[in-house]
Design a protein around this ligand. Structure first.
Ligand SMILES: [Zn+2]
Length: 192
């Protein structure tokens, strides 16, 4: 089985500048707001969040999950914000007509509102016996796109463009790793 990933190409501007100018100290934190609308069962979503958190923790980044749409006040404002980056994820009922292939979601850095969209029903239908595992990887993949801010994929690991059946077998046992280039890009984007 293969999965096709499609990535929106508006480039996120200013992330590096803000992170570096503000001189972030301590553990880098990414705040992720989930607009669920009850579509994803709580038990699935909680497991998926745990998997994605563990993946980012393995590269020294903490993810804090919130429910609902981030309020404007919650957006990072200059140097006062706690989080290095605030992102929003929306779970879409229908697959966007632009994605007629087998993409599980897409990310559009710089788009107002939820910049990450995940086609949950397609994720669940693809892997009914390990939906939470796959959803955790999809969330980590799209969050990484937002942090990297460029349209790119890696040869291996969580940022691979097309996961193979071998990748699915591996993620069932242990989360897919980040390639070194992804680790460096994400950490740099957070001012590390
Ligand atoms: Zn991708």
């Amino acid at each position: 089985m293969t999965a096709k990933w499609i990535f929106g190409c508006t480039i996120l501007v200013g992330l590096n500048v803000r992170a570096q100018e503000c001189g972030w100290k301590g553990e880098p934190l990414v705040e992720v707001h989930l607009e669920n609308d009850m579509m994803v069962p709580a038990i699935i979503l909680n497991q998926a969040k745990g998997i994605a958190s563990g993946m980012f923790s393995s590269i020294g980044i903490r993810v804090e999950w919130k429910e609902g749409v981030p309020r404007p006040a919650a957006q990072p404002a200059a140097c006062e914000a706690r989080a290095n980056e605030v992102l929003a994820v929306e779970f879409d009922e229908e697959v966007d007509v632009r994605f007629t292939g087998d993409a599980f979601g897409y990310a559009v850095p710089g788009e107002p509102g939820a910049a990450i969209h995940i086609f949950y029903r397609r994720v669940a239908a693809s892997m009914p016996y390990m939906t939470a595992v796959l959803l955790g990887h999809v969330m980590a993949h799209e969050i990484t796109h937002m942090l990297e801010g460029v349209a790119r994929h890696s040869e291996e690991g969580v940022m691979k463009a097309h996961w193979t059946s071998q990748d699915y077998n591996q993620m069932a046992m242990h989360p897919l790793p980040f390639e070194e280039e992804d680790v460096e890009m994400v950490r740099t984007s957070l001012g590390l």
